[in-house]
Design a binder for this molecule. Structure first.
Ligand code: ASC
Length: 149
């Protein structure tokens, strides 16, 4: 085989393995641990923005923008860890019985966190406050139906 084809083959195989590994966990408790960790990181950085929105911490555009970028990145991560057979933790059975609603809630959160990033980058505190309220509403909306109280 020509060397160039070998490199292409190795590259394709590697990306297939990495892609699969991202979507799978060795055991259900590893998936539960992963998604809880992702929510913890997201919640931690969102709370820092919440403190600014509430006026408890002075508005520093760069700090808010950094936290918003983290929240936006984290918002896309937990969902891969709700695969079949990973029931439990704080998740209600509705996660697996009402997948389309769960999925649309995920998309709303991701969109709301993207808007929060834009608001933060524009440096507009009123926009940050509104976008923060929208992200909080997206969190709560999903918790109401899909998270144990
Ligand atoms: C947070 C956080 C949540 C949401 C939710 C909004 O800061 O950790 O889970 O906001 O409380 O209703």
């Amino acid at each position: 085989m020509k060397n160039v084809y070998k490199y292409v083959l190795v590259g394709l195989t590697t990306s297939a393995i990495v892609g699969t590994a991202l979507a799978q966990f060795a055991r259900p408790d590893a998936a539960i641990k992963y998604r809880k960790a992702a929510f913890t990181v997201m919640g931690t950085h969102f709370a820092r923005i919440g403190a600014v929105a509430k006026g408890e911490v002075p508005f520093n555009k760069d700090e808010v923008a950094k936290n918003a970028a983290i929240v936006n990145t984290m918002a896309s991560l937990p969902w891969q860890a709700f695969g079949p057979g990973t029931e439990g933790g704080d998740a209600l059975p509705a996660v697996w019985s009402d997948e389309s609603k769960f999925k649309s809630n995920q998309e709303k959160l991701i969109a709301a966190t993207a808007s929060l990033t834009s608001a933060a980058n524009s440096g507009d505190l009123d926009g940050v406050k509104k976008a923060t309220a929208n992200v909080g509403a997206a969190c709560k909306n999903c918790h109401d139906d899909f998270k144990k109280k």
